[in-house]
Design a protein around this ligand. Structure first.
Ligand code: ADP
Ligand code: MG
Length: 676
């Protein structure tokens, strides 16, 4: 048995209770524990004497508690103060909202604190950011790790646990880079790296450790991709799409609009791949509204004309339904047979579709996750299209692909992923970009409106609806529970229907409705019978109703930039001027900034860059879906060099027996996507 894979429960001093606490931090095995990276460090060096404190500095102090006091501020904040003395003088240290402190910080205790000196009405205080109570178990090092905590755990406990784990288990950690490579790229060995990330010898040691572990993570990550995405490159079995009739030309002549140059270029690239005797693995990237669906449809037409079947998978039922309709429109008058398969398909219909698909009588199947169920079989699947691929896990993509013998693959996304990252995330993948919107689109005018001023928004909606325009009202996102999401949507719906817009037809659409009901409501909205649609994030991706011109987002401060952008992308699809009203009460600087950025640009790429500045590698890049959020050390926005290096080195690492298991531990924990 590999010792690193042992459960933490079997470590000395860790019983079932502690082990549960560690589980809550994502630590189940010794391997996980080693990868529990400190969130910061506490430097006990550079002590400042209390007599020499200066306002606005960050200082470290070692002193004895003389008195304590716990208060509640008028605004309900819990304030804990301790009077400290280090022999040179006295100062008050302040903590906010940590009521449990009064039980552990008591007069007579010796403390290390780190914090900022604050001059409050002439009285000097320290706002504590880190503290440590010195006792027998305190470690005698200068730089101490500060770990993420959960209830019941404290720093001292984790620190000593880590020390003993480093001693007892680190020697069993496999080194995957040989000495020559380490020398060539100036990397420390994995043992030094782990020791220094937890207990740095100094700044240099820390930086070395960080570099090596960032690289290590990226290497493991790429191995995880290879494991999941077996790419059997057997040229003899590759699909070569050669059209046997004029179907594609007929479909092209039938298009209701002229393709943009960006679309034409993408189609040419796709057709080229499909016609060649190697596998297509192509990512089609284009901002929301750039017209990716028609490109996918034309790719599928080529597959059908060449005698193969095609499948397109979308993340929500509503979107699958819409694709089904628009694809049928585009193929009207041709011999192409399509079918739709979602969670809501009735049993009888489902059976018919499955049989006909297996016999090859259906050319194109449009569906949701329902497509990857075992019972779905194709006669000869030649092309797989994944829409909004950032909503799917790698595994789900592979499962659909495995339904054919090496079908060509087209994945589509509005996510403006930078090239290096795309290469890392997708491995061998070619990129097509639609870099323009269809002609005549006007940027969506976006305004942030304070909660208190929502009446303005309602007046405006009244005016627009009178001009036959349609409106989405998207309800707040409640992270903890879908039920609350639903409640919020229902009560807003009732309020709008009964009190605000009694003269307008208001509808409600949410994820918990039955498929048929969803389809029905969506259809009423498409036809303009419902004028205001109150909904949740079920309409976030893909939905296309060109006559809808106003998007109202309630509690806009709760959404990330990429979600706001996707939601806004639901309007501005017709010729008329569209508006996006962000109703919100941002409590943080960051939230306000997001809304302001939304006001300032409609360009997805610019937004992604802003997102990056505001909060690091954001949800724009589908980071979570790829398990990339499991990266604890590597920083996707800054570590370009290390990412590059990992791409070179991944082919040169030592084969290690258990690597597979480690990789699974690190990256495959959360490959589940909430169904919509
Ligand atoms: P997305 O890239 O976000 O998936 P869609 O495929 O849903 O975009 O297309 C958005 C809208 O633009 C649809 O209503 C589609 O019919 C329309 N559209 C697509 N291509 C063109 C074009 N070349 N000219 C005009 N309208 C187009
Ligand atoms: Mg789309």
């Amino acid at each position: 048995m590999d010792r690193l894979l042992a459960s933490v429960q079997f470590l000395k001093g860790i019983g079932p209770k502690r082990s549960k606490q560690l589980n809550r931090l994502g630590v189940e095995t010794v391997f996980d524990l080693l990868w529990l990276i400190p969130r910061s460090y506490f430097n006990r060096g550079n002590l400042t004497r209390i007599s020499g404190l200066k306002s606005a500095n960050t200082v470290n102090i070692r002193a004895v508690v003389q008195a304590v006091q716990a208060n509640r501020s008028r605004r309900g904040m819990q304030i804990f103060k301790a009077l400290l003395n280090d022999g040179s003088g006295q100062v008050t240290a302040v903590w906010f909202n940590q009521p449990f402190l009064k039980n552990i910080i008591t007069p007579g205790k010796e403390l290390f604190i780190s914090g900022r000196v604050n001059n409050s009405y002439g009285k000097i205080e320290i706002n504590v950011s880190e503290y440590e109570i010195m006792d027998k178990s305190s470690l005698d090092c200068k730089i101490l790790p500060v770990y993420p905590l959960t209830e019941g755990l404290n720093q001292n406990l984790l620190r000593s646990l880590m020390l003993s784990t480093l001693q007892g288990y680190l020697p069993f950690y496999p080194e995957i880079l040989n000495e020559e490579l380490r020398r060539q790229y100036e990397l420390c060995d994995i043992y030094t790296a782990f020791r220094n990330i937890h207990f740095p010898s100094g700044r240099e040691g820390y930086l070395q450790a960080r570099k090596r572990l960032a690289l290590e993570e990226l290497l493991l990550f790429q191995i995880s991709l290879c494991l999941e995405e077996k790419l059997p490159q057997d040229a003899a079995n590759c699909k070569v799409h050669q059209e046997k009739n004029d179907l594609v030309i007929r479909v092209m002549n039938n298009l209701p609009f002229q393709l943009t140059d960006g679309q034409t270029k993408a189609i040419n690239e796709i057709y080229h791949d499909m016609g060649s005797p190697s596998n297509m693995n192509r990512l089609l990237q284009g901002d929301v509204g750039s017209g990716k669906t028609v490109v996918a449809a034309l790719a599928m037409a080529k597959a059908v004309a060449s005698g193969f079947q095609a499948a397109i998978m979308a993340p929500t039922e509503i979107l699958a339904e819409q694709h089904f309709n628009s694809i049928n429109n585009l193929f009207k008058g041709t011999e192409i047979v399509t079918a739709r398969l979602t969670g809501g398909t009735s049993t009888a219909e489902r059976r018919m579709i499955l049989e006909a698909t297996e016999r090859g009588e259906i050319n194109i199947v449009v569906g949701t996750h329902a497509l990857i169920q075992e019972t779905v079989k194709f006669s000869d699947l030649g092309l797989v299209v994944i829409d909004e691929q950032h909503r799917f896990g790698v595994r789900q993509r592979a499962m659909l692909t495995e339904k054919g013998t090496m079908p060509d693959i087209l994945v589509m996304t509005a996510t403006p992923i930078p090239r290096t990252l795309a290469l890392t995330v997708y491995g061998k993948l070619d990129l097509s970009i639609i870099d323009e919107l269809p002609p005549g689109r006007k940027p969506v005018i976006t305004r942030y409106i304070k909660q208190s001023a929502r009446k303005q928004a309602y007046n405006f909606i009244h005016k627009e609806v009178r001009k036959q325009m349609q409106v989405y009202v998207v309800c707040p996102l409640v992270e903890e529970s879908e039920n609350q999401d639903l409640q919020a949507a229902v009560s807003l719906y009732e309020e709008l229907r009964d009190n605000i817009f009694p003269d307008i037809k208001v509808g409600l659409l949410h994820g918990r409705m039955k498929s048929a009901e969803k389809g029905y409501i969506m259809n009423l909205f498409k036809k303009g019978i419902i004028q205001i649609l109150v909904t949740t994030t079920v309409i976030e991706v893909g939905v296309d109703v060109p006559n809808a011109s106003i998007m109202v987002i309630e509690h806009a401060e709760r959404f990330g930039l990429s979600q706001l952008h996707q939601l806004r992308g639901r309007v501005g699809r017709g010729k008329q001027q569209a508006y996006c009203l962000l109703i919100g009460n941002p409590h943080t600087e960051e939230a306000l900034k997001r809304l302001q950025v939304m006001e300032s640009t409609c360009d997805g790429f610019k937004l992604a860059q802003e997102d990056l500045l505001i909060r690091g590698p954001g949800d724009f890049w589908g980071v979570r879906q790829h398990g990339l959020h499991q990266l604890k050390v590597a920083d996707l926005t800054r570590d370009h060099k290390i990412i590059e290096l990992s791409r070179q080195l991944v082919l040169r690492i030592k084969p290690i027996e258990n690597l597979k298991n480690y990789v699974k531990l690190k990256f495959n924990k959360s490959d589940k996507i909430a169904p919509n």
